[in-house]
Design a protein around this ligand. Sequence first.
Ligand SMILES: Cc1cc2nc3c(=O)[nH]c(=O)nc-3n(C[C@H](O)[C@H](O)[C@H](O)COP(=O)(O)OP(=O)(O)OC[C@H]3O[C@@H](n4cnc5c(N)ncnc54)[C@H](O)[C@@H]3O)c2cc1C
Length: 385
Amino acid sequence: MRTEFDVAVIGLGAMGSMALWQLAEDGLDVVGFEQFGIGHDRGAVGGETRLFRRMQTSGPEYTPVIKLAHARWERLQEFSDIQILTETGGLMIGRSEDSRMVAARVASEKAGVEVEYLSQLDMENRFPEHQLDHDEIGMFDATQGYIRCEQAVLTAVARAKALGAQIHDYSKVSIQHASVDGVVMTDGENEWTAKKVIVTTGSWSGEHLTPELRTKSRAGRIKLTWFSPLPGHDFSAESFPVFQRLVADGTLYGAPSLDGGGSVKIAPGGAPTQMTGPDDYFRGQTVEEIQYMERHVARYFPGLNKSPIRAGAWADFYVDDWIPFLGFLPRSENILLANGFAGFGFKMCPGIGRIAADMVQGKNDRQFQFMEPSRSIGTHAGKAR
Ligand SMILES: Cc1cc2nc3c(=O)[nH]c(=O)nc-3n(C[C@H](O)[C@H](O)[C@H](O)COP(=O)(O)OP(=O)(O)OC[C@H]3O[C@@H](n4cnc5c(N)ncnc54)[C@H](O)[C@@H]3O)c2cc1C
């Protein structure tokens, strides 16, 4: 078996699977390492779906990444019989003067996304499962949708393999040595060498960073919950597309039922909760966390049973300013970072994979420099998802 490669990808979750596939498509000799099975749910992938939208309230600089990602989602679809990205359209619901609604309106305009404004009555007619107050409105954007996240990762890795990539699952590797000649990696028993390495290790990224970057980043815990519809209620994509709902103490977001009406995903948005480490965090939810969701579901979704039928937690990696790391590790020419996607990265992952694949081949696009790891890192200024 070969042990020398053009490019190695460490971590085959969202970003790594997409980088590996596109490097293989470019004709490079590539190897990918994953510490668990391919498509596992212990990192930031899991829970069936991720929301897709072109407008990004965290900044217009993400618009070209999302545009690129959309084109690459279409390309990936050619290799799967299961629909990966489904554009159901999507709603944002809140008071029109809420600063978050205003930010979304501005972000939509900047991203060139047309939105339709719906009054409480329009919402009652078209999307009756959402309970609105008289002063709330809906903003409908036809380009939003959901992505089947596990299927996306499985498809990208299978495609990379079909193109000749070597895949090592259940293989936790670390970088042993890096010099201008290449990077040596090991799993403790075997060694591999690559001219360039892309580190896409999500919540496990701390050990691959410089001490300075490590102090400015951490893993965070994100919760998801599923609820069961009451008889006579329709939570299919047509009447219940993906949504984000602004509430007084945060946001809720969700996706339609994908199992013929048995369960509907509705989750709390906002900042992640703290966690000990990616290997030992609480993957369930506390009674307080569940009761928070029960109160909100009873108030805003009267067509659902208020108690969740499923509740869990996953992990993502956060830089203090909530801007990802995408670029070479400071003082390195051959170790590229693509991590820190702060709970909003899935929609962009084939775009990020494409950009990372270009960067290790010496192609740098200035419009993506805002994610450069050597930037000055401030604090997080706004909500991103
Ligand atoms: C619950 C939840 C909901 C979310 N909702 C949305 C959403 O609606 N829309 C959206 O756009 N984004 C969403 N996100 C964010 C998005 O899913 C993440 O930003 C994205 O998946 C991060 O990808 P990643 O590749 O950095 O990390 P991961 O997908 O976690 O991949 C990292 C991989 O590296 C592997 N690994 C780590 N260390 C090693 C090692 N040493 N050797 C080998 N393998 C290793 C891990 O096992 C893992 O498979 C959500 C995230 C979560 C957790």
